[in-house]
Design a binder for this molecule. Sequence first.
Ligand code: HEC
Length: 277
Amino acid sequence: MKKILTALSLATLLAVSYVASATPQQDLKEFQSFYQDRFPDTPFEDYVNGVYSIDPASREQWEEIEEFAPYELNITKGEVLFNASFANGKTYASCFENGGIGIRQNYPFFDTDRGEVITLELAINECRQANGEKPLKWKKGHIADISAYMASTSTGKVFDITIPDDPRALAAYERGKKHFYQKRGQLNMACADCHKFYSGNKIRADLLSPALGHLTHFPVYRSKWGGLGTTHRRYGGCNKQVRAKPFPAQSEEYRALEYFHTYMSNGLAVNGPGARK
Ligand code: HEC
């Protein structure tokens, strides 16, 4: 008996240390197969459609909405803004690889020179500042329009977020992972509770979407917002839902979360912007 117990506790210990020291690659495998086991009828590529990938009932209605997509106007506005000259005569294209076209899938990335995670919205505002312009507000408005246009030029490009061989990159990834799994707020719930372990269940009137594929379609037009919002706007809303204090948009915390969260969707294709309830 004692032997069995010792063997068991040893196995538990090993399991615990295994989880703690799981590499990002191991995490990715576990994460994606979790959803594949949970929703065996959903093909991998379909997770880009968020909750509609697991909910045939609401999918039809959503497909009709997407036909006359409410974000089309935002893409058009975004394109105009993207191509407009700054006071110094340059445009956003001068700040980005390939003139900013077809690059959405490369964000966020870990910049090893600067030692931090760079999101697309951060890069947009840094481009403005480098050209003597004021930064835009982070969560909606022009920045969301520009981000939507840039996403629209990247349709079908596959996310392949990397964790460079730099302890700071791994630390940012781990910070994001911790945020995702840590319980918070008065409701004491983690992102993972709603979007992993209870995904596919209802909370009030909403069906909880799988976190796999969450970030392929941002920015998102939400009927509730009456407009387009960035990823960090949504993060803030989800923190508030559990009555936790949201972090500021583009804080290190949310950039780390976005890094982890996007990495978990590696292999899926860009299909932003999207439309949601
Ligand atoms: C109490 C449950 C709950 C928690 C906890 C929660 N969310 Fe949500 N979240 C929702 C609901 C409800 C929606 C809207 C329906 C859906 O898409 O799941 C949503 C939507 C989202 C979306 C938009 C999905 C899309 O396809 O556009 C993202 C992204 C998201 N949540 C991320 C997070 C992150 C990151 C955390 C942790 C900081 C988190 N959520 C915590 C309930 C929750």
